[in-house]
Design a protein around this ligand. Structure first.
Ligand code: ADP
Length: 489
């Protein structure tokens, strides 16, 4: 498994605290499985509060030294880590696919994307500029400086086991924060691979710490209650995000949240239908539909409904499902039993309420699918309000296609959600493109573009999809405090 020379004992990988590889204080560990086969890949420590407290303490101790380093020095270490990530792209991608399920081509792209955040923030860290402000009196001078917030607890999800880690850790480290990372319990091995790299390039002890756990709520409590943690950077479900937001109120901790989405994907009558079909495939089926910006509701103007649907279904039928480690596979397994059950329940609910299946619609356990959590890429039509598929994030390869008549109606439907992360639409009419982009209540808009997330652009949501932005110039501000200094001469 992780072919990166990671510290391991037999099949067990261990945590990284204060510059040392270490077991959980309890000695407990838990298994990591391949979602395509059910095979046990390895075991990792099941850290508890005590381990979390040690990691936080280590990060706290490392903070003065790390934040006191010159930004270009921190950038040099980050860029060395970036270089090693790219050198080990193949091994890291293999680990990522083994524990997460996405096809290898996507896993390779994710390692590059993850490395892209390191590059971007290493450079941005050198540009944390202050200000001078004209003072109110002749004998005074006013300065504004920006400083790292302190110890950051980063909690990351399983759908992007590499990129969500670097999108948080890289800006934090670049500006001088120290970090405790808790990756998702389903996908800790990619994170361990990254930490092996951090150790090799020589980050000072305690600057970056890693703990894995099967009891995130317990580690979460330590993160919330330990006053040494200044900030929580979280990507995951809206439910857990709200819990962390409530919990962080007691100490008024800084918090950034990337939560669930429910992305509308709109095809207007003036769209290039072929491009819209290709975009819908890319947006809906990437990572088996398990990204928070995946198209969740596909609205198609009635005048192009037939041609869009026919071409879309034809493309969906050609998607090859299987073990992501095999070249040529487009769609892998769902992450676990829980994810699988939600997808099945959404399809059952829709069909029971009158939806029709145009292709797919079944789970698969036969032949090569045995042991995995596979659900066929599915297209649904006759989808109505009141079906779960239109109200909730499905996080799976299910595409409901819904006809609409006019712009006002579809914008209202698209905005009729408590989520506001990503929205997409296809149109060749320039004034409509700007008009609709302005009216959609979402943090990220793809206009004739199904893949809008890049390191240099701010990523984040409005409404219940989150707080703050990751990536872009804005992504670094989350980790900085602003200090005003008034000088009397
Ligand atoms: P999902 O349902 O997609 O797995 P979660 O929000 O449960 O999303 O998980 C995202 C991350 O949040 C994971 O790292 C998970 O371990 C962590 N997590 C889950 N529950 C808690 C909690 N109560 N406190 C802190 N972190 C949590």
């Amino acid at each position: 498994m992780p072919a990166t020379g990671i510290e391991r004992r037999n099949k067990n990988y261990i945590n990284y605290i204060g510059g040392k590889w270490t077991d959980a204080a309890s000695g407990r560990s838990f298994p990591v499985h391949n979602p395509a086969t059910g095979e046990e890949l390895a075991a990792v420590p099941d850290a508890g509060r005590q381990d979390a407290a040690r990691a936080i303490e280590a990060a706290h101790h490392a903070f003065p030294g790390w934040s006191g380093m010159a930004a270009p020095e921190r950038a040099r270490l980050l860029l060395r880590a970036r270089d090693l990530m790219l050198e080990r792209k193949e091994a890291l991608a293999h680990t990522l696919t083994s524990e997460q399920g996405k096809p290898l081509t996507e896993a390779r792209a994710e390692i590059e994307y993850a490395a892209g955040f390191v590059t971007w923030f290493a450079e941005e860290g050198k540009r944390v500029y202050g200000e001078t402000i004209p003072a109110s009196a002749a004998h005074k001078r006013l300065l504004v400086i920006k400083q790292p917030v302190g110890v950051v607890a980063a909690i990351t999800p399983w759908n992007f086991p590499a990129a969500m880690v670097t999108r948080k850790i890289a800006p934090a480290l670049a500006v001088g924060c120290t970090v405790v990372l808790k990756p998702a319990e389903q996908t800790p091995l990619t994170a361990i691979g990254l930490f092996q790299i951090f150790e090799e390039v020589g980050f000072p002890a305690g600057a970056v710490n890693l703990i894995t756990t099967l009891d995130p709520a317990e580690v979460g409590r330590e993160v919330l209650e330990n006053p040494l943690v200044s900030m929580i950077a979280f990507t995951g479900s809206t439910e857990v995000g709200k819990l962390l937001m409530r919990g962080s109120a007691d100490q008024v901790k800084r918090i950034s949240l990337e939560l669930g989405g429910h992305a509308p994907f709109i095809v207007f009558e003036d769209a290039d239908v072929d491009k819209a079909v290709a975009g819908a495939i890319a947006s809906k089926f990437r990572n088996m539909g398990q990204t928070c910006i995946c198209a969740n509701r596909i609205y198609v103007h009635e005048s192009v409904l037939e041609s869009f649907t026919e071409k879309f279904v034809e493309r969906v039928k050609r998607l090859k499902m299987g073990n992501g480690l095999e070249e040529g596979v487009h769609v892998g397994p769902l992450i676990d039993e829980q994810g699988f059950k939600k997808v099945s329940a959404h399809v059952e609910d829709a069909v029971a309420k009158g939806a029709k299946i145009l292709t797919g619609g079944r789970s698969r356990t036969d032949g090569i699918f045995e042991g995995g959590h596979f659900f066929e890429p599915t297209v649904l039509t006759d989808v109505q309000k009141g079906m779960r598929i239109l109200e909730e994030e499905t996080f799976g390869p299910i595409a409901p296609v819904i006809p609409f008549r006019d712009e006002t109606e579809v914008i209202r439907a698209a905005n009729d959600s408590r989520s506001g992360l990503a929205a997409y639409f296809y149109s060749q009419n320039m004034s409509r493109c700007l008009r609709v982009a302005e009216q959609l209540e979402y943090g990220i808009i793809g206009v004739n573009d199904a893949v809008p997330a890049v390191p240099q652009a701010p990523f984040g949501g409005v409404k219940e999809s989150g707080l703050g932005r990751e990536g872009g110039r804005q992504g670094i501000d989350e980790f900085l405090e602003v200090k005003a200094i008034s000088f009397g001469l």
